[in-house]
Every structure is written in structure tokens, then in C-alpha cells.
Ligand binder design. Structure first.
Ligand SMILES: [Zn+2]
Ligand SMILES: [Zn+2]
Length: 309
């Protein structure tokens, strides 16, 4: 080949590669992101899903934003379902949740408030979820992301008491402390412990012992827990294959890592500039079988959040 032709060909190959780098990955089937917060411009959620190769998503929706979510669902038929979230400590919270579920919300969450997991306020929500047959997803975090941040959903070490008291409620655990407890040692001076996992962690045990507990793998917390000790994770995933549910909690703009990802959470900088959805889906591809990948990224969530296949 002449040098000039060679250079031209190389340039063509490079530009084709760039086009591929920009296009959405194909995950080999439908993928449900169960943790996508409704954005200021709701259609930005659709942009995110298309950028990272996600086909369907649960729009995490505050009760005050319900109309926005409904409009977005109508605009993109068959793509989204929605949750409802409101502060359980506010007067009338029960009625707000009942009404939203009657009108089509498929889950309650995420609940990220400064309450104890076994507080009367949270217990009222668990009762409604059992009665209306919708799951509840909680953000469980004690170590602050910024100065002065208070803990959310406290009392996780005693959460088994709640799991036993509400056998008809499906609980979905999420966030820093929930995932730090994948290991039997949990340092108190950071939110995202790294390094080898010590077997016997609370989350591992609760998932084994209680059929009504599920795990949301979203955010840096889920990605970090499953990345830090891949030999452990491979078996953890097989063990809890019916209980693990993919979600992203990603805040990037385009599903490719654009915009500000992990803002206000410097401790999660390991994923800065990356799309969390792409990162976690890539990780799962690497450490699970295609069959379990399908289960975690589609069927488990599809059943739980009543997404039409
Ligand atoms: Zn959260
Ligand atoms: Zn993203």
C-alpha cells in the first residue's frame, strides 16, 4: 500500500471508531434503569437513556412533579413508568402516596429523609406499600457528602426487625451505608470503603435471610461495592441474582458522561466524567453471565416495577 493511501485508510478507520465511541452501546436486549431522577427538563431523561443504551426507566418523581412525569410518559410511550416520593413526616403524606399510586405510580421512592427506618412515619409508608402492592426504595446513608449533611434512614443495623415486621412489604435498599455493609467491616470515617470485602456483611445476610429485601445497584455506592473486590462480587451476584436490580442514579447529561457528574459529592470522584449507567452495565457484563446480566438489568426490575415487556 502506498503511504498516502495508508494514511487515508487509517484516518477513515479512526473516524469510524469515533462514530462508534459516540453511539450508544448495545447491551444485547432491553435494559431498565430503575433509578433515574426526573430532571428539570423531563425530556433530558430520554436523552440520557438513549445515550447509554437503556431502553426503559423508572422516573423517580416527587409528588409535586407528578404532572411533569405524566407528560413525559405520554410523550415517550412505553419508555417510562414513575414512582412517587414525599416526606413521610409531612402531614397528609399517606394520602399523597395513596393518590399517586391509584393514578399509576408503580413504587414509592426514593425516600431520602432524616428519619429512622423503624420510625412511626416510615412504618406508615410500609403499611401503605404492603396494602397497595408497590415496593419502597430507601436511601440509606450516614457519612456526610458535604459539611453538615445529616444521616438518612438511620438504624440500618437493626433493619432486620423491620423486615420481619413487614413481610408483605417489598423493600429496596440503596446508597452508601447499605452498600458499605456488603462487607462485615464498615469504617465510620468514609462513605465508600474500598479494598477486599470481609464475608458476612449485614447486607449480604439480610438479602439471604429476608425474601422481601432487594438491592438497588445504582450510584457510586453500588458501583463501588461491586468493583472493590470482584472475586467476592462474582459470587455475591450469583447468590442474590433474584434480588439485585440495576439502576443508575446518574446525573450526566447525555448518557456518555457529559456535564457535571457527581457534583456535591467529591468522595464519589472515582466516577467523575463517566456515565454511571454505562460504568455499572459494563462492570456487570464483565463479572456476570449473559443470563444473570439479563435478570439484573431487565427481568427483576421489570417484574417489580410492572414495566410492560
Ligand atoms: Zn439516593
Ligand atoms: Zn449518565
Amino acid at each position: 500500500m502506498q503511504r498516502r493511501t495508508f494514511l487515508k485508510t487509517s484516518a477513515a478507520v479512526l473516524s469510524v471508531r469515533n462514530v462508534f465511541a459516540q453511539s450508544a452501546p448495545d447491551w444485547g436486549g432491553p435494559v431498565l434503569d430503575t433509578h433515574l431522577h426526573l430532571r428539570t427538563d423531563p425530556d433530558a431523561c430520554f436523552t440520557h437513556t438513549r445515550g447509554c443504551g437503556v431502553t426503559n426507566a423508572v422516573l423517580l418523581t416527587r409528588a409535586t412533579d407528578e404532572d411533569k412525569a405524566k407528560q413525559e410518559m405520554a410523550k415517550r410511550p412505553g419508555v417510562f413508568v414513575r414512582s412517587v416520593a414525599t416526606d413521610p413526616a409531612q402531614a397528609g403524606a399517606d394520602e399523597v402516596i395513596r393518590k399517586a399510586v391509584h393514578e399509576g405510580a408503580v413504587s414509592v421512592g426514593e425516600l431520602k429523609y432524616h428519619l429512622a427506618l423503624d420510625s412511626p412515619e416510615m412504618r406508615r409508608i410500609y403499611d401503605i406499600c404492603a396494602e397497595m402492592r408497590v415496593p419502597v426504595m430507601m436511601h440509606i446513608q450516614s457519612f456526610p457528602h458535604f459539611r453538615g449533611e445529616l444521616p438518612y434512614n438511620t438504624g440500618y443495623p437493626q433493619f432486620d426487625k423491620v423486615l420481619r415486621a413487614y413481610p408483605r412489604t417489598n423493600f429496596i435498599g440503596h446508597a452508601d451505608l447499605f452498600w458499605a455493609h456488603i462487607s462485615a467491616d464498615v469504617p465510620t470515617d468514609r462513605g465508600y470503603p474500598s479494598g477486599a470485602i470481609k464475608p458476612g456483611g449485614l447486607t449480604d445476610r439480610f438479602l439471604s435471610d429476608y425474601p422481601n429485601l432487594y438491592a438497588d445497584m445504582s450510584a457510586n455506592s453500588g458501583n463501588n461495592a461491586l468493583s472493590r473486590d470482584k472475586d467476592f462480587s462474582r459470587e455475591f451476584i450469583v447468590r442474590h441474582r433474584t434480588k439485585l436490580i440495576f439502576g443508575s442514579d446518574c446525573s450526566c447529561t447525555d448518557g456518555k458522561g457529559g456535564g457535571i457528574s457527581q457534583g456535591r459529592n467529591p468522595e464519589a470522584s472515582r466516577l467523575a466524567g463517566q456515565c454511571v449507567a454505562r460504568a455499572t452495565l459494563g462492570l456487570l457484563k464483565e463479572i456476570t453471565s449473559p443470563e444473570i446480566f439479563r435478570q439484573i438489568t431487565w427481568s427483576n426490575g421489570q417484574r417489580m416495577f410492572k414495566v410492560n415487556a
